[in-house]
Design a protein. Structure first.
Ligand code: MG
Length: 334
């Protein structure tokens, strides 16, 4: 049979066949192959980080990735943002009947390849199938477990006036990629999603600087939302320099056409961090040497000001406040 049917989610013969021929085949590792109701992990020495996320992106395949790659990158990156080394991941699928098994296999292979690259083991999983009209192709939930070896807590409560704001690369690539695909916009240049793993880059940064205050991946809501979260948790404000913001030309022009600001558009392979001024150049250099941080830039600074807002110093010399976005810019972006 070439499509997923309700029997694949029944727990019976078809489910078992799917588990053996797809999930065990590609996710193959000693812990998963314990084949028990729960997998038992070895002792973990250090503080434990946990993160969970669900992925409902539409379309499920896009330029630069697919829902499978995204579901691993998203959770691995969230673990890395708290300074954790990602170790394990679980994967839950909700599939609508009628999905082609070939498509599911492509997603499963992509999950396996991304997990391998991230150096995480897929240790547990689940599959449910729902009737037509109750989902859209496939939804994935991933939960990740990581370990933190040092005692330091990364938190925006630590940020101080004079600290620098660094972003690892161009803004808005993922959101614009999905938006252009969804709206069937026929542009000469197709924007590639930045969907990617940040754990290796973060590890390098944290091993070389103990003055990183906080890290976050500016996903839904984009950079402006992440920076607003930072200032909401601290008494200070952030001043961004518009001319320093890295934005691809094609993303900028699509934003202009669609009436969006790249600062509010989702990224799936970028980190924004706040670091003490004395370490900012060093951290920038480390980032620029990594493939995930080639276009890193210092884009702003923390300023002493009790307003707790994000200011944008525009190219023409004015200053305006970047607020939190109101409402959902674009549903099912991740
Ligand atoms: Mg995050």
């Amino acid at each position: 049979m070439s499509i997923i049917t309700l029997s694949h989610g029944s727990g019976g013969k078809a489910t078992n066949k799917l588990i053996e021929e797809l999930f065990y085949k590609y996710f193959n590792n000693d812990i998963l192959l314990q084949k028990n109701d729960s997998s038992v992990l070895p002792n973990i020495d250090g503080r434990i980080a946990v993160s969970t996320d669900s992925f409902v992106i539409n379309p499920i395949f896009f330029n630069g990735g697919d829902i499978g790659k995204l579901s691993v990158c998203g959770t691995v990156n969230d673990l890395a943002m708290s300074g954790a080394t990602p170790l394990y991941i679980t994967v839950g699928f909700i599939i609508q009947e009628g999905l082609k098994i070939k498509e599911l296999e492509k997603v499963v292979k992509s999950i396996a390849a991304t997990a391998r690259k991230a150096n995480v083991k897929i240790v547990a999983g689940d599959t449910k199938v729902v009737e037509k009209g109750n989902a859209d192709k496939i939804y994935i939930n991933t939960t990740g477990i990581g370990v933190i070896k040092d005692e330091k807590y990364l938190s925006s409560e630590n940020i101080k006036p004079g600290d620098k704001v660094i972003v690892s690369g161009t803004l808005g690539d993922h959101g614009i990629c999905i938006m252009s695909k969804r709206k069937n916009l026929d542009f000469d240049v197709s924007v590639k999603s930045d969907c990617g793993l940040l754990n290796k880059l973060i590890k390098k940064i944290l091993s070389k600087s103990s003055n990183v205050r906080v890290l976050r991946d500016p996903t839904r809501g984009g950079l402006a939302t992440t920076l607003n979260e930072f200032v909401n948790e601290s008494p200070n404000s952030i001043l961004l320099y518009e001319q320093a913001l890295p934005v691809k030309e094609e993303v900028a022009s699509m934003c202009e056409i669609l009436g969006f600001e790249p600062l509010y558009i989702a990224n799936e392979g970028k980190v924004v961090l706040i670091v003490a001024e004395e370490d900012s150049e060093k951290v920038l250099e480390i980032m620029k040497k990594d493939p995930m941080g080639k276009e890193a830039q210092i884009i702003g600074e923390v300023i002493e000001d009790n307003n707790a807002v994000v200011y944008l110093k525009t190219e023409i010399g004015g200053t305006r406040i970047l607020n939190m976005p109101v409402g959902e810019l674009l549903p099912r972006i991740c």
